[in-house]
Each structure stands twice: as C-alpha cells, then as structure tokens.
Design a protein around this ligand. Structure first.
Ligand SMILES: Cc1ncc(COP(=O)(O)O)c(C=O)c1O
Length: 369
C-alpha cells in the first residue's frame, strides 16, 4: 500500500472529523476542557458555577476518598442517600441520586418518551430535557414567553390540559434568573397535576431559599417531581451529583430506568457531597458574597445604561445593547459568558463570579461601549 496516499486519506478523514465536531459545541452552559483549566487564565462567567467551591471540608473529604478509588461506592452512595433524605425531610424512598441532575433529566426524558407523555414547557429555559425528548421522537409543546419572560402559568396549564403528560418548569428560571412565586406555583400544581406530572427543576433554589421550594408537596401528590443539583451553590459541578425527589410510588416508576442501583455516582463525588451537606457556613458565605457582588454589578450596569432582569440567582440576564455579539467580544478579552438569541435579539447571561472577576467584567463592558 502507498503510505503517502493512506496518510493523506487519514489526514483528510481527521480534518473532516474535527470540522464536524465543532458543530456540536453548544453556546450556553457547556465548555471545553481548557475552560476549566486555571492556566489558560480565562475568566469563566458562563456556567453558573460557584466560584468559591468546592468548600475546604469537601476538598479534604475528596482527598481522603481518592485511595478508595479502586472500590465500587455502593455503601457510600447509600450513606449519602440517607443523609440527604434526612436533610431534605423526605423519606429515603422518595429520593433518587444521579450523576449530575442532567442525568436525572435524561432519565425523565426517556420516561416521557416511553410513556408517550407530551412535554409542555415555557421558553427560554434550560431545555436539555425537552430537547432530548424531541431527539428521541417524543412530543414537546414549547410555549414562548413574551418580553418580560415571566411564566404565563394559565397558558401553560391550558396547553397541558389539551395534551396531558409532563410539564417542565425551572424555578428560578435559567437563563433569565426570574423566580415564580411559590404561592403561584403551588396553586398551579394543584390543578395541573389533575392531568399531568409537573417537574420542577430547582437547580438554583438555594439562592432564593427553601421557603420557595415545592418539595413538601411530594408527600401527598404523586405527580410532582423535584430535581436538584450540587453543581451550583455547593460548588461541585465537576463532581457530577444531582438528586430527584418525588412520591415513593413515582420513584418506583422511575427506578427501572437507572442502570446501576448506586445511581452512577463516584466515590469522590459522594465524599464531596456528604462533606458539603455538613458545611452550612460555606453555603451561607457563598450566598452572601453572591448577593453583594450581584447587587453591585447590577448597579454598575444600570449606570452604564444596561438594565438586567431582576435576578434571584447566581447569574444575571440582559438584552445586549446595540445587539452586539458580546460573547465573542469578551472571548477575545479572555472572558466567557453565555449568550442567547431570542427573536433576533441577543441576550447575555453572566454568572456572578468573584469581586475581582466582576470588576474586570465591568471594565470590559465600559471599554466595549
Ligand atoms: C436549571 C438547570 N438544571 C439542571 C442543570 C444541570 O446541572 P448538573 O447536571 O450539573 O446537575 C443546570 C446546569 O446549568 C441548570 O441550569
């Protein structure tokens, strides 16, 4: 065989592969390997992560757990399961763990498709669940929200009544950061669960407080499913731990969709989550810093003529002045943010980083405009 030709052919195939792989890099919450690497000096305000995590206690627990890396973590997963159930005041039969809440959203998407449940959801939102349902050939009903991006619960309820199945709501929402009141959501769930399951993704609930969670409705209502994560205020995004809470009967319906009965967690992730649950000081300090820095950033943006939507989370969302491609302009300055185009208008979603990172962000914005 002519080695030059075969080498050329191989190079051609590799080039095509690399070119096609760039097509699958999504623009909002995902990143590349180098983005997490501190030596690249990128300021990462694109993933809604906690810039202060993991906590010191979690880091110590991770170090200790490394030597157990040769063992399956079945017992450790059960211990986390019980610890979390206790902390959330639910029965351990009302809980499922997952390798990140996205694994549980995937499980729910598969369930929707298997059961032929149409999924009704407002947009813009964190849409990996409806997207996967679509990919798998299931039915989704996207309800576009108007300018203020507030959930129109009446409209969502009306649509779901016509096509009963699953309603997916993120509260507070991503990418907008807007909270729907627990009172409104409770009333909505009371009527909507007569015909549909309601999944509430509470990835950012710690930023608003437990009083806004609907978790205590799962005891009496089989059709409410709460999804949560350790990736946000707990500062463990890279360790992939999420959980789901629902009535025991609903959990039993979902369990057959798991592949491992230890919920696919890792020894290090479990150790970090357990230590973090025992570290309320770290959570409180992270929440306080986030709020102070978010308020200051918003004030500075308002002074520059940019009005972010009222945010209850660790990120802010705003219409980009002059419809610029702000994400690209900031990337040139070694800063990453999320950007989403809605109806021809570009919006930015900026994670609240450290004080220094947000000062740099404001400096860049000042220079750009
Ligand atoms: C609303 C929401 N749900 C779920 C996730 C996924 O989180 P993870 O898979 O890291 O738990 C995210 C991540 O950004 C999110 O914003």
């Amino acid at each position: 065989m002519d080695s030059t030709i075969s080498r050329r052919k191989w190079m051609g195939q590799m080039t095509a592969l690399i070119a096609s792989s760039t097509l699958i890099v999504p623009n909002l919450a995902y990143g590349t390997e180098t983005e997490a690497n501190p030596t690249t000096n990128l300021i990462k305000l694109s993933g809604n992560e906690n810039p202060y995590g993991p906590s010191q206690k979690a880091l110590e627990a991770i170090k200790k757990s490394l030597s157990l890396g040769n063992r399956y973590p079945f017992g450790e997963a059960s211990a986390l399961h019980d610890q979390l159930a206790k902390q959330m005041s639910v029965n351990s039969k009302q809980l499922l763990l997952g390798s990140g809440s996205s694994q549980l959203l995937q499980l729910l998407a598969h369930w929707a498709v298997i059961q032929k449940y149409p999924v009704t959801y407002p947009s813009p939102t964190f849409d990996i669940l409806p997207n996967q349902v679509k990919e798998l050939g299931g039915i989704v009903n996207e309800i576009k929200m108007e300018d203020d991006f507030r959930y129109d619960l009446d409209q969502i309820g009306k649509q779901a009544r016509k096509t009963p199945g699953i309603i997916y709501l993120v509260n507070p929402n991503n990418p907008t950061g807007i909270k729907t009141s627990a009172h409104a959501l409770r009333n909505f769930c009371k009527t909507a669960t007569a015909h549909s399951y309601v999944i509430i993704d509470e990835a950012y609930i710690e930023y608003v407080g437990e009083q806004d969670s609907l978790v205590n409705m799962i005891h009496d209502n089989e059709r409410i499913i709460i999804v949560r994560t350790f990736s946000k205020v707990y500062g463990l995004a890279g360790l992939r731990i999420g959980y789901l809470m629902a009535h025991a009967k609903t959990i039993n319906k979902l369990k057959p969709l798991r592949i491992w009965n230890n919920d696919s967690l890792s020894m290090t992730g479990i150790a970090a989550a357990r230590a973090s649950l025992d570290d309320p000081t770290f959570i409180r300090e992270s929440l306080n810093k986030n709020k102070t820095i978010r308020d200051t950033t918003v004030k500075k943006l308002v002074n520059l003529g940019i009005q972010p939507y009222a945010s209850d989370t660790n990120f802010i969302f705003f219409r980009i002045p002059e419809n610029k491609d702000l994400a690209s302009l900031l990337k040139k300055r070694k800063m990453l943010i999320g950007q989403k185009e809605i109806g021809g208008i570009n919006y930015a979603r900026v994670t609240i980083g450290t004080k220094e990172e947000m000062n740099t962000f404001i400096n860049h914005i000042t220079n750009i405009y």
